[in-house]
Design a protein around this ligand. Structure first.
Ligand code: ATP
Ligand code: MG
Length: 301
């Protein structure tokens, strides 16, 4: 497939899942099992399309890096076992590791808690020319911290700042922060891998039964299932309040891994292909310099 055709396909598969205005967003309108017009028997074809997508992505990244103008921030949020790690691994498999960093955000350290919550994320924002991947992010501040008030208590905030407006204020600050990044040439794309409660159960059981997957299982992950409805409410409110034109959320159906990966790849290709990426033009002086160097090289043994 030609790059132009790949970009066209990518736009087709990314667009239905993109939310640029959260006002009417309802999680119940989004089916975790959705595969658009593709059926289970199309899986091999989808995998092939992903492979050409990965190749196209590598070419786009090469230009991104050479041009050194734009930065790309990709944020992944999801319940456990939704497939964040696999999606990141597959979609980024073709790209040059020199131009890409993955940062994982776990429970904050004592040093993290001694700062404002964006601090640890700001330290690892992508350079120009680079793709930065956040495996979890500052959005945990409106998810796990909202579901578990005891985490908020540990944040050492002055008590008079902790009011009933706290979540709205966090949404507002995050929107402003992402607008700031966008105005600086850092493109922000956010992915919520939307797995169903039933499929999560199936994947947890597989982690328990398959010795090669035992390491992935943690009882605390399973315990979080007890808070499923609270998490879904938090995700819904988060997306309603932070989906914007400049920093859209993609609600990626996550019950079929092959489809999840195809949609994530499509959205990243779409984002990169929408930029004016090009190899830097060489100046006349530089061209002369190249010609001189060529002559000199050819003249000697
Ligand atoms: P895996 O797929 O390997 O389980 P993971 O992203 O779930 O990867 P964990 O080692 O389980 O990694 O740690 C992440 C945990 O840290 C999650 O439960 C998450 O909710 C929690 N966490 C992340 N950010 C914060 C935060 N700001 N405050 C409190 N907990 C947080
Ligand atoms: Mg985990």
């Amino acid at each position: 497939m030609k790059t132009k055709e790949i970009v066209k396909q990518a736009r087709k598969y990314a667009a239905p899942f993109r939310i640029t205005n959260g006002a009417k967003f309802r999680l119940k309108d989004h089916d975790p099992g959705d595969t658009l017009d593709l059926k289970a028997e199309d899986k091999p074809r989808a995998k092939e399309a992903l492979a050409s997508g990965v190749q196209a992505l590598a070419e786009l990244q090469d230009k991104l890096y050479a041009q050194d103008r734009w930065g790309i921030l990709l944020i992944f949020q999801a319940m456990d076992a939704a497939g964040k790690d696999g999606a990141i691994k597959h979609v980024m498999s073709g790209i040059n590791p020199q131009g890409c960093d993955v940062s994982s955000f776990k429970s904050p350290s004592a040093e993290d808690l001694d700062h404002d919550y964006l601090w640890r994320c700001m330290k690892v924002l992508p350079n120009r020319g680079n793709i930065g991947i956040f495996n979890r992010s500052y959005y945990e501040e409106t998810l796990v911290v909202r579901v578990h008030p005891e985490y908020l208590a540990k944040q050492k905030l002055p008590p008079q700042l902790v009011t009933k407006h706290l979540w709205q204020e966090r949404f507002q600050d995050i929107r402003s922060f992402e607008r700031y990044l966008t105005r600086n040439g850092i493109i922000v794309r956010k992915f919520f891998l939307n797995v169903s409660k039933g499929e999560q159960k199936r994947r947890f059981l597989e982690r328990i039964e398959n010795p090669d997957k035992n390491w992935k299982f943690s009882s605390s992950d399973a315990a979080e299932r007890g808070h499923w409805d609270d998490y879904m409410a938090a995700y819904e409110d988060m997306i309603r309040n932070t989906a914007t034109k400049e920093a859209p959320w993609y609600i990626v159906p996550a019950d079929n891994k092959w489809f999840t990966r195809a949609v994530v790849a499509a959205a990243v290709i779409d984002a990169l292909a929408s930029l004016d990426l090009a190899y830097p033009k060489v100046s006349k002086e530089k061209l002369k310099e190249l010609a001189v160097a060529k002559r000199a090289l050819l003249a000697k043994k």
